[in-house]
Design a protein around this ligand. Structure first.
Ligand code: AMP
Length: 212
């Protein structure tokens, strides 16, 4: 499967992408995870991305495109990919279109996961993320067995530094201003599949039904 997952922060793109990787050999590619690893490792890329990320702003299109041009040409992408958090601006979507044309590839769909703002706010403020494997927890609906310790890898589970109230509100505004226009972009491309559901299992079932 070659899919773009669109949706506001907290809509469930990462969770849905992880579940979809179990259906075939597609890989999840999260630009947020790539950038967070670069920040944690203190690389040049991480240094360039860190301040924008902390404020909930977007990293530059050029930086993101240079990461994605390389990533999409790696061998594991041949059997499919689930783009989680990319593209996030019209220039990124246009650059992706040109890149895929050059590579002779076509997307199956751009899936919009549409979730109400109050649900998103509640999810983001209670979300916790593993610093080791990236597993996602929620202090209310899906807590770790031991407080602050990942069930899967034993590393610490923390609140992301862009998940304080100020950064969350900025990320949602940035989504509305810069990323939401991609819904019309992919509608015009004839690729949009819009799903209004809060349960990731429902989202997966609709994708399976419409795409396979
Ligand atoms: P995410 O984990 O997808 O919410 O991404 C976390 C942060 O990484 C975002 O708030 C941005 O600062 C940055 N980021 C991730 N993907 C992109 C992208 N495609 N374009 C620009 N910035 C991005």
């Amino acid at each position: 499967m070659k899919l773009i997952l669109l949706g506001a922060p907290g809509a469930g793109k990462g969770t849905v992408a992880k579940l979809l990787t179990k259906l075939d050999d597609s890989v999840q590619i999260s630009t947020g995870d790539i950038l967070r690893s670069a920040v944690a490792a203190g690389t040049e890329l991480g240094k360039q991305a860190q301040s924008a990320m902390r404020a909930g702003d977007l990293v530059s299109d050029d930086l993101i495109m240079s990461i994605m041009e390389e990533r999409l040409q790696e061998d594991d992408c041949k059997s499919g990919y689930l783009l989680d958090g990319f593209p996030r601006t019209i220039p990124q979507a246009e650059a992706l279109k040109k890149l895929l044309d050059r590579m002779g590839e076509k997307l199956d769909a751009a899936v919009e996961i549409d979730v109400a703002r109050d649900v998103i706010l509640e999810r983001l403020t209670t979300r916790r993320t593993c610093t080791g494997c990236g597993a996602i927890y929620n202090i209310k609906s899906n807590p770790t067995k031991i407080d602050g310790v990942c069930d899967k890898c034993g590393e610490s589970v923390v609140q992301r530094d862009d998940e304080n109230e100020k950064a969350i509100s900025n990320r949602l505004n940035v989504y509305n201003d810069q990323t939401a226009p991609l819904v019309s972009f992919y509608k015009n491309e004839g690729l949009l599949l819009s799903i209004n559901a809060t349960s990731s299992d429902t989202v997966i079932n609709i994708i399976k039904e419409k795409i396979n």
